[in-house]
Design a binder for this molecule. Structure first.
Ligand code: ATP
Length: 239
């Protein structure tokens, strides 16, 4: 599970993330919502050990990200939207294998996992081709496989469907739900309210670096009304 404790990140005089606290349990999808510049990506990058907090910390599956960053990294899978960050000159299989090796997986386990993921994501046809010429959707599938090959307990998604068509978005959404079924703790950030409403159990709304609401989606609708998007705009617009 994830336990965020007093995380702060200041960039000079910009308080990008300002003392936030939230938890994510196993088998739970928590949506991290906020307007542009609210602090979502900065939060996710700190949890992923890609960015050092100014203060505060988080526990990932019991490991403190400041004290045991390697353990944290082996316990998280990351899928961020936009450029997938794959090596164009390597094949899809080599890209996934490289990441498995970075996580010290043994050969048998990594081969089995890669074969299973290739089948699950329907990548048999192109898994041994270099990714340089792949479409956006094909690259995203490789990125999905890479994010989970090491069996992480925690998954972080930052706008994972950004720029994808309906079919590819559906593959990503189904993947997120399959992670929930495998009892992973999941943080999901998106600007699509439809997606958030469909996938999330709970939402954490962040505004100017601070959390202004943290509640179950059903309770949120009970408090602010059934029109999820309108409620969200009203809430962040008021502040
Ligand atoms: N490396 C950086 N240097 C300086 N300021 C930064 C840096 N990264 C982020 N910021 C600032 O921190 C604030 C939060 O940015 P962040 O990217 O976390 O927001 P976000 O909620 O993910 O926004 P978006 O929805 O647009 O992706 C913004 O004011 C941004 O300009």
């Amino acid at each position: 599970m994830i336990e965020v404790k007093g995380l702060c990140k200041y960039f000079k005089n910009v308080k990008a993330v300002d003392n936030i606290n939230f938890t994510v349990s196993e088998g739970e999808i928590v949506g991290l919502l906020g307007e542009n510049g609210a602090g979502k990506t900065t939060t996710l990058r700190m949890i992923a050990t890609m960015l050092k907090p100014t203060s505060g910390t988080a526990l990932i599956n019991g490991y403190d990200l400041l004290k045991e960053p390697d353990k944290v990294r082996s316990n998280i899978g990351i899928l961020f939207g936009g450029e997938a960050g794959l090596y164009d000159r390597l094949t899809a299989r080599e890209n996934i294998k490289y990441f498995a090796d970075l996580n010290n997986m043994n050969e048998n386990e990594s081969r089995e996992n890669i074969d299973r993921l290739v089948k699950m994501l329907d990548m048999e046809e192109y898994v041994d081709r270099r990714v340089g010429k792949f479409s956006r959707g094909m690259k995203q599938k490789v990125a999905i496989a890479r994010s989970i090959v090491h069996n992480p307990k925690v998954m972080l998604f930052d706008e994972p469907t950004l720029g994808l068509d309906v079919t590819s978005s559906k593959i990503v959404q189904d993947f997120i739900l399959s992670c929930k079924n495998e009892n992973k703790a999941i943080v999901f950030s998106s600007h699509s309210m439809q997606e958030v409403e469909k996938l999330c159990d709970r939402i954490v709304i962040i505004h100017k670096g601070k959390i202004i609401e943290d509640m179950r989606v059903d309770d949120f609708k009970g408090k602010y009304g059934e029109d999820f998007e309108k409620a969200f705009v009203g809430l962040v617009g008021d502040k």
